[in-house]
Write a protein that binds this ligand. Structure first.
Ligand code: ZN
Length: 398
C-alpha cells in the first residue's frame, strides 16, 4: 500500500497529465489495485504551472510494493522521462513557458495536509518538500507531492473523456442537446455559462481532453459523462475516467480581508479597477463583471471585505468582494417639516426657505441615501472563475 503522485508532463504544446496518468493506471502490474484517483489544482500563480496546474495522485494497494516500484521505474524510463522538455516555441502565448519537467513520487503514507495547503496557496520550492519513499524526475515532484498530501476535506468530481489518438487538432464535437440535459441536473456545475449559454466543459487549445464534466457527486459525474458520450453529436472517444478533485473547494483562498478604501483607479481602456487600501491594493478585472462594477463604484472611506490571491507584485486579485459600509455619495437640502417640500437656499449665509409656506430655517445639508450596485458578496461570472473558486451559491452564510 502507498500513494503515487504525478505532475508536469504536459506543456502548452499539447498533452495532458490526466491522460498520461490514466494510461499509467491502466498498465499497473497484476495484483495492484487503485483507490479513487484524484485531480488536484494548485496555486494559480505558480510560475512554472502547466496549463490547468493540476496534479494527479492515487492510492495503490498491492502486496508486492517492491514489484510495483520496479514496474514504476521501468514505466518512468520508457513513458514519462521522455516527456521532459516538450515545449512549442512558435506558439503565441502571453506568459512565459517552461519546458515540461515531469515528476513522480511514491509515499508509504501521505505527507501532512499542510504540504497541500502550502502548495495551493503559495509558492513552494522543491527543496522544502517532504522526502518520499521513491522519487522520479524534476519539478513535477512538487505538484505530485501536494496531490498525495491533499486531505480531501472538501471535494467535487470531474469525469474526463479523452479523444481518439491524433484528433487533438480537429474541432471538438460534444452533443449540445445532451449537454443541455446534463447541465440541468442539480448535481452538475459549471457546464454552461448561464449568461452566454456557451459550453464550459471543453478545454481551450490543443489537448487530448474532449471534455471534463464537473459534478458534486461521483454518480452524477459518471452518469453525465455516459449521457454526453451517448449523444448523437458527440465524437467517438478513446476512454474516460472520473476523478475526485479539489475544484470549487475554495482551498486556495486564505481568510477574508477587511479594508478601507483610499482611492479607486480605473484603467482608461481595459476598464479593470484597482482599489487602493493603504498597504494593500485590490484588482478587479473587467472580466469579473459584478466584482468590477462594485469596485468601480467604491469611494474613499468605504469599507470592504475581499477574498483573493496575492500575486508576486502584492496585488490582491479579487475573487469575492462585498461593501460593508459606505460613505455618503451626495447631499441635499432637508425638506420643510410642514409641507415636505425641499427647502431652498436663500444665498450664502442667508439660510433656507420653504418655497411653499415660506418657513425659514438655518443652513443645513442631509445625505442622499444611496445603495451599492450589489448589497452582498459578488463573484466573477462562471466563465471567469478559477477552477478552485467555490461558487457563492454554495455558501449559505454569504
Ligand atoms: Zn413648508
Amino acid at each position: 500500500m502507498g500513494w503515487l503522485g504525478l505532475d508536469d508532463t504536459d506543456s502548452l504544446a499539447g498533452g495532458c497529465t490526466t491522460e498520461v496518468f490514466d494510461t499509467l493506471l491502466r498498465h499497473l502490474p497484476v495484483g495492484a489495485s487503485t483507490g479513487v484517483p484524484r485531480l488536484v489544482r494548485l496555486w494559480p500563480f505558480a510560475q512554472r504551472r502547466t496549463r490547468g496546474n493540476a496534479a494527479l495522485a492515487v492510492e495503490i494497494h498491492t502486496n508486492d510494493v517492491d514489484g510495483l516500484l520496479g514496474h514504476l521505474d521501468a514505466w518512468w524510463t520508457e513513458h514519462l522521462a521522455p516527456l521532459r522538455g516538450s515545449m512549442e516555441s512558435s506558439l503565441v502565448s502571453d506568459r512565459d513557458q517552461f519546458p515540461a519537467s515531469p515528476g513522480m513520487v511514491w509515499f508509504d503514507l501521505p505527507p501532512p495536509p499542510s504540504v497541500y495547503f502550502d502548495a495551493v496557496r503559495s509558492h513552494v520550492s522543491i527543496d522544502s518538500l517532504p522526502e518520499p519513499a521513491r522519487a522520479w524526475g524534476g519539478h513535477g515532484r512538487i505538484g505530485a507531492t501536494a496531490a498525495v498530501a491533499w486531505p480531501a476535506l472538501d471535494f467535487t468530481w470531474e469525469a474526463i473523456a479523452w479523444r481518439l489518438e491524433g484528433e487533438d487538432h480537429r474541432p471538438r464535437h460534444v452533443d449540445d442537446a445532451s449537454l443541455d440535459v446534463v447541465d440541468a441536473w442539480p448535481d452538475t456545475f459549471l457546464s454552461r455559462d448561464p449568461r452566454k449559454g456557451t459550453s464550459l466543459i471543453a478545454p481551450r487549445g490543443k489537448s487530448p481532453v474532449l471534455f471534463g464534466l464537473r459534478a458534486t457527486s461521483r454518480e452524477t459525474a459518471e452518469r453525465g459523462c455516459q449521457r454526453l458520450l451517448e449523444g448523437s453529436g458527440t465524437e467517438q472517444v478513446d476512454r474516460w475516467r472520473v476523478f475526485q478533485t479539489n475544484q470549487a473547494s475554495g482551498d486556495h483562498l486564505g481568510p477574508e480581508l477587511t479594508l478601507t478604501v483610499e482611492r479607486v483607479e480605473v484603467h482608461p481602456t481595459r476598464k479593470h479597477a484597482t482599489v487602493l487600501c493603504g498597504d494593500v491594493s485590490v484588482r478587479a478585472y473587467a472580466e469579473g463583471g459584478p466584482i468590477n462594477a462594485l469596485a468601480r463604484w467604491l469611494m474613499p472611506g468605504d469599507e470592504i471585505s475581499v477574498a483573493g490571491l496575492t500575486d508576486a507584485d502584492g496585488l490582491v486579485h479579487a475573487e469575492r468582494l462585498k461593501v460593508e459600509t459606505w460613505v455618503p455619495r451626495a447631499r441635499q437640502r432637508p425638506c420643510c417639516p410642514e409641507c415636505d417640500v425641499r427647502l431652498k437656499s436663500m444665498g450664502t449665509n442667508q439660510g433656507l426657505r420653504c418655497p411653499k409656506c415660506k418657513l425659514r430655517s438655518e443652513d443645513a445639508w442631509v445625505d442622499v441615501e444611496v445603495h451599492p450596485p450589489y448589497a452582498s458578496w459578488v463573484e466573477p461570472p462562471a466563465s471567469a472563475r478559477r477552477h478552485l473558486a467555490r461558487p457563492l451559491a454554495w455558501d449559505e452564510s454569504h
